[in-house]
Design a protein around this ligand. Structure first.
Ligand code: SF4
Length: 252
């Protein structure tokens, strides 16, 4: 026991300094394709419809990006790529006007994680939030096993047919005020799974979404950013229209 304490003292604090300090450790985020950018051959290399040609510009739909890197690796004309991890955004359009994430909550949150048919990657990254490096407890964020005690649902996966009713019931069981964060490409657009006979085009088809976190999977720091956005402890939030992100079959 004493050895364990001494080792802890010797090691010191290992948690990230984010959000007080920028996290610069290598490998904490894979980055994302940059927003609208000049058209290039990269669009033809994207198999998910995340990059589309729109006149002279390349339209980027981050909700569909699965981090395959085909648009930046093995090509002489790579797409613009954006490092960083603060890429969570407020979802526009699902709530009545005036509903702003953060205005409804105090500074801490109890979070119920819902696996709505995820492959496991997003859930694995969510798990990291509870471990010493990301240590979300220091920010006042706690997991809860029941939606009846949850302020926020953190939902991963495209929402399979079998999970639709369960997700709706979990949402209805929550006390108000309540919020929903959709995590990862599948939760935002159906990802590589949907829409199909077995799953939908994301969480928004089933319950209202307040904050979106793109990525496949999003790194834990992007999730912390989304949670901070939910309690208005992050800077001015970007607003992302889910209309352009979700719905419809991929035709790209
Ligand atoms: S990394 Fe994203 S944008 Fe680039 S090709 Fe893959 S899915 Fe498309």
């Amino acid at each position: 026991m004493l050895n364990w304490v001494l080792k802890g003292l010797k090691t010191g604090i290992v948690s990230t300094g984010y959000p007080d300090r920028e996290e610069t450790a290598p490998g904490v985020s894979p980055g994302l394709p940059a927003g609208q950018q000049p058209a290039g051959p990269a669009a033809g290399r994207c198999l998910t419809g995340a990059l589309r040609l729109g006149g002279a510009e390349l339209q980027v739909d981050r909700a569909r990006c699965v981090h395959c890197f085909r648009c930046i690796r093995g090509t002489e004309s790579p797409a613009d790529w954006q490092p960083g991890y603060e890429w969570a955004a407020r979802a526009a359009g699902d709530r009545t006007a005036g509903w702003v994430p953060g205005s409804q909550f105090g500074r801490s949150l109890h979070i119920r994680v819902v696996d709505a048919g995820a492959c496991g990657a997003c859930l694995s990254e969510i798990e990291q939030l509870n471990k010493p490096h990301y240590n979300m407890h220091r920010l006042g964020f706690f997991l809860t096993p029941t939606p009846r005690e949850a302020d926020v649902l953190l939902v991963a996966g495209p929402v399979t047919e079998h999970m639709k009713t369960a997700l709706r019931k979990a949402y209805e069981a929550m006390p108000t005020p309540k919020g929903v964060i959709a995590v990862g490409a599948c939760a935002l657009s159906g990802g590589v799974f949907g829409p199909s006979f077995a799953s939908g085009a994301g969480v928004r088809d089933v319950i209202p979404v307040d904050v979106v976190i793109p990525g496949c999977p999003p790194p834990p720091l992007a999730m912390l950013h989304g949670l901070l956005l939910m309690v208005s402890r992050s800077g001015t939030p970007a607003v992302t229209s889910l209309k352009s992100q979700a719905g419809g079959r991929r035709d790209g």
